[in-house]
Design a protein around this ligand. Structure first.
Ligand code: ATP
Ligand code: MG
Length: 183
């Protein structure tokens, strides 16, 4: 499973619809300070089901919606979409039937977030599990935030174990066991 495109609309500084095709291999994002490089990566973590506003450098999750500038009014909603190629059928059932998966998250002021996979509304958990199984996801060590290395060094043993488990790709199993325990 690999990402082929990222689309943002109304997310943080990306007020107008923006799309970034992701080729296989190494992708670099370059630009002056404040142009939105970190916002792009936050968009990726957000659509994967990030639940912490703090990890989005926001005090409230609605702060990810474009908040307006001198010339542009604030928006009422934000949406981020990841297009995935899953020709190998690695996604969990029933999402492994399609070769292309479009995963999107949308937030509206006062109404919270909704998630869709190929247009069908799903739970946040479905999206989180999809990416946890692929050893990626909102909290995955595959996405390293600015300043995260020093946090990792200072982390408690339990937290470091979670990071290693995420890297080993078994975070999805933990999430499923937790869900089973709740039933
Ligand atoms: P650096 O090179 O300094 O790390 P960067 O390219 O990573 O910079 P970002 O931190 O992604 O830049 O972008 C910061 C910009 O995004 C700021 O100008 C900030 O005002 C803008 N921004 C963040 N959230 C919002 C929002 N909700 N609405 C509008 N603009 C926003
Ligand atoms: Mg940055």
């Amino acid at each position: 499973m690999h990402i082929t495109e990222l689309r943002l609309h109304g997310f943080k500084s990306f007020v107008d619809p923006a799309r970034a095709p992701i080729e296989q291999g190494l992708t670099g994002v370059v630009g002056p300070n404040g142009c939105g490089k970190s916002n792009l990566l936050e968009g990726v973590r957000w659509v994967m089901g990030a639940t912490s506003a703090k990890s989005m450098r926001a005090s409230d999750m609605e702060d990810v919606i474009f908040s307006g500038t001198a010339g542009r009014p604030a928006r009422e909603h934000a949406e981020v979409t990841l297009v995935l190629n899953d020709a190998l059928g690695q996604a969990p059932a029933p999402f492994n039937k399609e070769d292309v998966l479009e995963v999107s998250r949308r937030i509206r002021r006062g109404l919270g977030s909704t998630y869709r996979i190929n247009g069908k509304e799903v739970r946040a958990k479905d999206v989180q599990l999809l990416f946890a199984d692929a050893a990626t996801g909102a909290n995955s060590p595959a996405l390293v935030r600015q300043g995260q290395i020093s946090e990792l060094i200072a982390a408690k043993p339990q937290n470091r174990r979670r990071i290693l488990e995420d890297a080993a790709g078994i975070a999805g199993l933990h999430a499923r066991r937790h869900e089973a325990d709740l039933k």
